[in-house]
Design a protein around this ligand. Structure first.
Ligand code: FES
Length: 290
């Protein structure tokens, strides 16, 4: 029996660095990746960079990986943690996750250091899509939701689509990824709780202005139920389509256990969908807030 590191448990099927992929035709894999770095970006969030095999690098905005986080305290961490991909650097062969260290899984993840290994499964789920007719989009995210919207903004910029990013947080120091949004040429608007600018009424004014100025061919959001509701209302009244990345507790992550079911409203009727399999990105108008 081989000695496995704590974060390599239950990984008989995982592909380790340098090993050939036994299922090259399958779009998803379980990998033992190498931690390149795992550093704090502010008081609450860390950025993890992993060296990952080629198939993992096919992940696109809105998709997620299921992470086998090590324990932060010696006790068991029973389930994997779903986490949307923050960035894929194909030339460096790396994937990145921006995450808040708050639960046991993410606190355990925060203990990993450069040179450690990390078991990840993915890429999983259905991510964002861009209609070629859209010339300008608005992304509105709060907290770690911005980590999900950042790669979408990159994808939009690569396709010549203008982005206005409304970045919401409790306080200015916790506004996530402003540099990344600016780096891709997005117009950024920070709204925070400390000065009241994150109030729904103020964000509503900002969104209405963007609609009026032709800057909102589509809406995208993640991370806040009240902001989702706002975008749904404005999207409906102004005919702006939209997509939302839903957050949900998961167990299997690939559609087998039905733990991640949520209610959606489609053509006036309520229906249940699996966030991991039919999402995590959904038509904004069909999502029911939480
Ligand atoms: Fe198992 Fe979604 S987590 S079906």
């Amino acid at each position: 029996m081989t000695n496995l590191a704590p974060n390599e448990k239950y990984t008989n099927s995982a592909i380790r660095p340098g090993e050939p992929d036994p299922y090259p035709q399958k779009p998803v894999g379980e990998y033992i990746t190498d931690v390149v770095s795992n550093n704090w970006v502010n008081d609450e969030y860390k950025l993890m960079v992993l060296k990952a095999p080629e198939k993992a690098l096919t992940a696109y905005a809105g998709q997620f990986f299921h992470l086998l986080c090590p324990s932060p305290d010696g006790a068991e961490v029973w389930m994997r943690r779903p986490m949307s991909v923050y960035n894929v650097d194909k030339s460096a062969g790396q994937i990145e996750f921006l995450y808040k260290c708050e639960g046991r899984g993410t606190k355990g993840m925060g203990t990993l250091e450069a040179g450690d290994t990390f078991n990840v499964s993915g890429p999983l789920g259905i991510g964002f899509n861009l209609d070629p007719a859209w010339k300008n989009i608005v992304v509105l995210g709060r907290g770690v939701g911005l980590a999900t919207l950042a790669p979408l903004s990159l994808m939009a910029a690569e396709n010549g689509v203008g982005v206005t990013a409304i970045l919401s947080a409790r306080k200015t120091e916790l506004v996530m990824s402003e540099d990344l949004f600016k780096g891709i040429g997005a117009a950024t608007i920070k709204v925070v709780d400390t000065d009241g600018s994150s109030d729904v009424s103020n964000v509503e004014k900002i969104l209405e202005g963007l609609i009026l100025n032709g800057k909102a061919d589509a809406f995208f959001t993640c991370g806040s139920s009240r902001l989702l509701k706002l975008m749904q209302t404005l999207g409906k009244s102004h005919g702006v389509p939209g997509q939302v990345a839903m957050e949900q507790i998961m167990v299997c992550g690939f559609g087998a256990c039905y733990v991640c079911m949520r209610t959606f409203e489609v053509d006036g009727a309520q229906t249940l969908r699996r966030v991991c399999r039919e999402g995590p990105v959904f038509n904004m108008q069909e999502a029911v807030g939480w």
